[in-house]
Design a protein around this ligand. Sequence first.
Ligand code: GTR
Length: 322
Amino acid sequence: MKFTSLMSAAALAVSLPVSLQAQDWRGWNIHPEGYPNTVALDQFAKEVGETTDIDIQMFHGGVLGSQPDAIEQVRNAALQVGQFNLGPMGPIIPTTNVVSLPFIFNDVPHMYRAMDGDVGKVFEAAMAAEGIVPLAWYDSGSRSFYNSERPIKTPADVQGLKVRVMNNDLFVNMIAQLGGNATPMAFGEVYQSLKTGVIDGAENNYPSYESTGHFEVAGFYSISEHLIIPECLCVATAAWEALDADTQAAVRTAARNSAETQRELWAAREAESRAKVEAAGVKVNSVEDKAAFQDLMGPVYDDFIAANPDLAPVIEAIRSTN
Ligand code: GTR
């Protein structure tokens, strides 16, 4: 009977060790060719191809859709790999919002000490339970404001500016506390919106400010470093759990090697991107008094803790990470 033969085919497939089955995975990445993350993801796909029976096809440049959509697709295992910033993940996996709190990390090394230690395990567990296994953390530096109107030196300079933020209410609140108007928007729409004046500015690290061409249409970059948000190389929990232990180990090793490459390339790219935008005429200024910005973030923390009292200890754990 058809039903029986279908059943037995399924039973056979289940009984074969996964490592003996060739598998096709598809991966999402928002960045273009040549970007540190893109190079590192290609390395990951290549190494996984060499050491397992998984064949990963990476789709770069956001061609498979926006980041919030891709996060959902990895959760549903419609895509098996995603390289995500934790910023747009907060509305979907609330625990991850802790790293999107402004000024939560003192600097990038502090972020790594926390993420590579016990605090990182809290995020890993929360994400895995929601369908996304983070295998390694990528560098994303720190995010600073840029706009087409004026250098931002004090919070008063943000007053009245229309600022694009990643899709997360935390960032809307952050801009509101500074007196600006936040517009959550997909990354791919920012260039045109800056160009046509729908928004005055946005915020990002040097490499993304440069690779997107945003510097061509928003020529003031002000080093506020208000957000330091880790990024991850992630696999769908359903795809991950279908692997045997040896294959999982090989994929994890490839992810860690990829992150090592990404972090090395990142340091060089930050300097190159800064040099490139400065050569193009961008006015870069450092924000001398970051505390003035930080001091206005009290309500962002208060609102967050009121809505997520169980996450207060995670904030404390980050603060007490040396
Ligand atoms: C970049 C990040 C992307 C995306 C983008 C954005 O720095 O690498 O994943 O989050 O920022 O602003 O949307």
